[in-house]
Design a protein around this ligand. Structure first.
Ligand code: ADP
Ligand code: MG
Length: 692
């Protein structure tokens, strides 16, 4: 069997629904290595169609094509890719060089697709380019070369993998006669070096130089003429065979990224614009998240600044209270059976009131009066590890019935409470903490009575406080004036009266009431334990301090706002995804020819997809970096600006946000790139390379 055998080859092109065009009719041909065969025939006679079939670009035919005794018509994709890499080298009339790759990169491309090591790649390519007289041109781009030089580069590319067959479809069609001769000299040398060269030409003069002329007309071989041996030309070709093991591998991710980068560099302006467009969405999202974080940090920080780090303020919760009550009942009824499992603590608040709310609005968070601790609760808290002491306290709230009377005038206040260990000398602007039968009042309350707060020190006032259904009343001396500083919570917002627990007990006794505590101050043995104790307290079903509760509510609201704003910003991500999709589609169309070339020299679908996905990856990466960078810049400027007004920073871009920004950008871009990449991978190389 000959090296290349064509048997009963027929090719039909479907036209429309039910018609087909018979382009090749019962072709029988056989070729041997070392032949230089010219295929001549008029335009439209079927020459290119035949070449595409021999070169494995078109597999839809009937009949057989054997190369080296293998039927290429039965090849799977993988075998066909290997056939392109090892057996076939293409030279086209229109050169089909990849315009954004250097001459050297154009030649190495076939080996890059096989992941041949870089050294071998460059060494072989340079050797061939040198032999073809292109020593000085390695770094140039194709459009910097003349037609003859371009065709020599294309020949170098066809030869670099040392294929057995070179298919040259009108290689001199676009060249003047002088350069045509040079190219033909080279082609003849290739045949003399032992390869089968099939040369398609219009020109009788070109055909004259070959060892055999096959004439085709209307898809039929009408003449097959041997011309005798080739004229001798100096044989200067030395091609070391490429180790076949090396062509077995595939395009590496690294090379795919490099190729994507080279292409992006070629269209730098466009890609900078895309990255800018894509960065806007990422920027807004990162900025929103940073703002949320910054405000939250500011809040927490301000809270903690005014809180003694050793003290944990704790309140009773509705859930724990009812659970305890139920538990007691169950315990009494039937021992051994477990009580209902807690759903975890809930906050002792009722905004807008739920079913259990007694009489509508119950006051701001942390101002309920009725949730008292009992002995068991106190014991439970006392038993937490690292708890040093437990101080019980009381705090209550009334909208209209709490008042102090001074010189026959009534002044309302809202918050009534016992002195907490949280109160530091810095909170007391005048006087001191109250002792028995003394009270401390807030600065605002004091100034509503007298024009200057310190004038009230030592004065006697009558304090009225709402306690359940009753109003308790007592006369006390003012020992000090309290200022909340930056503290948040009832005492930070509302006018208040404070007394010691002892005084409070006496007040209750006078009215015949039992003293209950509804707030507990836990002292930690050391600062390091505070956090753990706090957590344990929560786990047991108790709530944090009023300020903790407020902070938590603020944080929750803030989180909701942040998510909404981030979601809105996220819409711009959708816009950039569509933009990237469009741009990559355009890129696929622009690069049709390049994709065709890659397929012809052994690029798999997967490799082509990989190159395009790499490109969208890079777009996403750069957009992400840009977006995060701009967000960083803006939050820096924003912080400077706000700091100059409020003495606070409100943007806090954590490394997490920055990373997430880049990551999301990459994901979105790659997803948007999948469709175009798929389109590129599926491109038909015959269509892609057709030049009419
Ligand atoms: P040439 O000898 O000029 O290279 P071709 O092999 O390109 O000719 O084309 C041979 C014939 O097949 C022409 O008549 C052409 O119109 C037809 N043909 C080529 N490709 C297609 C196609 N994809 N669909 C329909 N007809 C085609
Ligand atoms: Mg043609």
């Amino acid at each position: 069997m000959a090296f290349l055998e064509v048997k009963k080859l027929n090719k039909y092109f479907p036209i429309g629904e039910d018609k087909r065009f018979h382009a090749l009719k019962n072709i029988d041909l056989s070729f041997e290595k070392g032949e230089l065969v010219s295929i001549i025939g008029e335009s439209g006679s079927g020459k290119s169609t035949l070449m595409n079939i021999l070169g494995g670009l078109d597999s839809s035919f009937t009949g057989d094509v054997f190369v080296d005794e293998e039927n290429i018509g039965q090849y799977e994709e993988k075998q066909m890719v290997q056939y392109h890499k090892e057996k076939i080298g293409f030279v086209f009339q229109s050169f089909n060089l990849v315009s954004h790759l250097s001459i050297l990169d154009n030649v190495t491309l076939a080996m890059t697709l096989s992941n041949v090591d870089k050294e071998t790649r460059i060494e072989r390519s340079i050797a061939i380019l040198d032999q073809l007289g292109l020593q000085e041109q390695h770094k140039k781009k194709p459009n910097q070369l003349s037609g003859g030089q371009k065709q020599r580069v294309a020949i170098a590319r066809a030869l670099v993998n040392d294929p057995a067959i070179i298919i040259a479809d009108e290689p001199t069609g676009a060249l003047d006669s002088e350069t045509s001769e040079q190219v033909l000299d080279i082609i003849q040398q290739i045949a003399e070096s032992g390869k089968l060269v099939i040369l398609v030409t219009h020109s009788e003069r070109v055909a004259e130089r070959s060892s055999r002329i096959v004439t085709i007309a209307d898809g039929e071989i009408i003449n097959d003429k041997k011309m005798g041996s080739l004229d001798k030309v100096d044989n200067t070709f030395i091609l070391r065979p490429l180790d076949k093991k090396q062509t077995n591998k595939n395009l590496s991710i690294f090379s795919a990224i490099r190729m994507a980068l080279l292409n992006m560099k070629e269209k730098l302006g466009r890609n900078v614009l895309i990255a800018l467009g894509g960065s806007i969405g990422i920027m807004s999202i990162v900025l929103m998240l940073s703002l949320g974080q910054g405000v939250n940090d500011y809040l927490t920080e301000t809270m903690n600044e005014n809180v003694n780090p050793l003290i944990i303020e704790t309140k009773m919760t509705e859930d724990t209270k009812t659970k305890d009550a139920r538990k007691e009942r169950v315990d009494k009824e039937e021992e051994g059976k477990n009580a209902a499992v807690s759903n975890g603590p809930s906050l002792p608040i009722n905004i807008g009131g739920n079913g259990e709310a007694k009489g509508g609005f119950e006051g701001p968070p942390g101002t309920q009066n009725e949730l008292a601790f009992d002995k068991n609760n106190i014991e439970e808290l006392q038993n937490i590890e690292y708890v040093k002491t437990i101080i019980e306290g009381f705090t209550s709230f009334s909208f209209s019935k709490n008042a102090v009377e001074y010189e026959d005038e009534n002044y309302t206040y809202m918050n009534f409470g016992t002195v907490s260990p949280d109160m530091t000398p810095s909170n007391i602007i005048f006087g001191e903490l109250p002792e028995i039968n003394e009270v401390m009042i807030t600065e605002g309350l004091a100034t509503s009575i007298a024009d200057e707060a310190d004038k009230m020190i030592g004065k006697e006032i009558n304090v009225k406080t709402e306690m359940g259904e009753e109003i308790l009343e007592g006369t006390y001396t003012i020992s000090g004036i309290y200022t909340p500083g930056d503290a948040v919570g009832p005492a930070g917002i509302f006018e208040s009266v404070f007394m010691t627990m002892e005084t409070f007990k006496a007040l209750n006794e006078e009215a015949g009431k039992k003293t209950e505590s509804n707030v507990v101050y836990i002292t930690s043995e050391a600062e390091g334990f505070t956090k753990d104790i706090k957590e344990e307290v929560k786990e047991l079903g108790y709530a944090g301090s009023s300020s903790d509760i407020l902070t938590e509510i603020f944080s929750q609201l803030l989180a909701i706002f942040t998510y909404i704003l981030t979601g809105v910003a996220g819409i711009s991500l959708l816009v950039s995804a569509i933009m990237i999709l469009t741009v990559l589609y355009i890129s696929v169309i622009e690069r049709t020819q390049e994709i065709g070339v890659m397929k012809a020299i052994g690029g798999r679908k997967k490799d082509i997809r990989r190159i395009f996905v790499s490109e969208s990856f890079l777009i996403g990466f750069f957009s992400g970096i840009l977006g995060v960078g701009i967000a960083y810049g803006l939050s820096f400027i924003g912080n400077l600006f706000i700091e100059s007004i409020f003495d606070a920073t409100v943007f806090n871009m954590t490394p997490m946000f920055a990373l997430a920004g880049v990551f999301v950008s990459i994901i979105i871009s790659v997803l948007a790139g999948l469709l175009p990449a798929n389109k590129a991978a599926k491109l038909d190389p015959v269509e892609a390379l057709r030049r009419d």
